[in-house]
Design a protein around this ligand. Sequence first.
Ligand code: 3HC
Length: 294
Amino acid sequence: MPLEKVGVAGCGLMGSGIAQVAAQSGCEVIVREVSAPLVEKGLQSIEKNLARQVEKGTLQAADRHKIRARLKGTTNLEDFKDRDIVIEAIIEQLPAKKEFYSALDKICPKHTIFASNTSSIPITEMATSTTRPDRFIGMHFFNPVPVMKLVEIIRTIATDPKVFEEAVALGTRFGKTVVRTTDRSGFIVNRLLVPYLLDAVRALEEGVASVEDIDNSMKLGCGHPMGPLTLLDFVGLDTTYYISQIMFDEFKEKRFASPPLLKRMVLAGWNGRKAGRGFYDYSDPAKPKALDLR
Ligand code: 3HC
């Protein structure tokens, strides 16, 4: 049976994007946040994205309303009691995730698959707070979810192969290219991306070049859509810092260690675009201004 009833936990940047692509693929979606204003904010960002697609002519107005009708917001975890799969995109902290899964496990029927959008926390560790490690997988999306074409599907040593294939089919139905991977912190993308981003901060710290010249080098020299420091601001410096800590803890390798400058910026609250300041100042969001951090 295909997975039709989808729950999405968390309606921030990632959760709202996942809910949107799930509803666009025809699934019936309930998205849950911890407070009514957060539910409202998440649903509004989805509506804005759909409206932009209609304006551009990539989505019919009638389809927009059908997609919206398939999306329901809630603050009540109990509303996940009839879901075929719950995709979790809550805060990237293990204690919060474990508490969430332990509560969810008591609400959902036996057949419900649990999928985490974690970027680096071991899937196996989250699965231990449930009675269903065989129905637990990772489904890692990329920001902005409606645009980025990839999803990593992660199996643990305990995942039932049939559950893994169901998740692969769902990722494909969402319009994504699926890559299959195992439960190692960072999976494929962040294993390669995080050391690269951290190296860009080290290069800045060592005075190799300015913020703009480092970004332009990778944009124009390698054809990346964003330079590494712009991408750090986009993903969030705090998020990248937490990911690097988890990956360093897993592998004990220097390439995953956070450079002091990154830690200082996170301590100062300069977390990137969402904070108005990171490697760039976003006082005028249309014209980010590179900062001199050397
Ligand atoms: N939500 C939905 N759609 C968005 C969007 C958003 N937040 N931002 C941009 N878009 C859409 C635009 O509407 C536009 O759509 P169109 O092609 O139909 O017109 C398209 O994306 C391109 O947008 P723009 O023309 O405004 O801007 P760009 O061409 O500069 O593209 C970008 C923006 C897609 C974000 C591009 O710069 C890019 O690909 N950047 C790299 C992003 C990346 O690497 N993401 C992965 C981060 S790592 C991660 O998420 C993993 C985690 O674990 C850390």
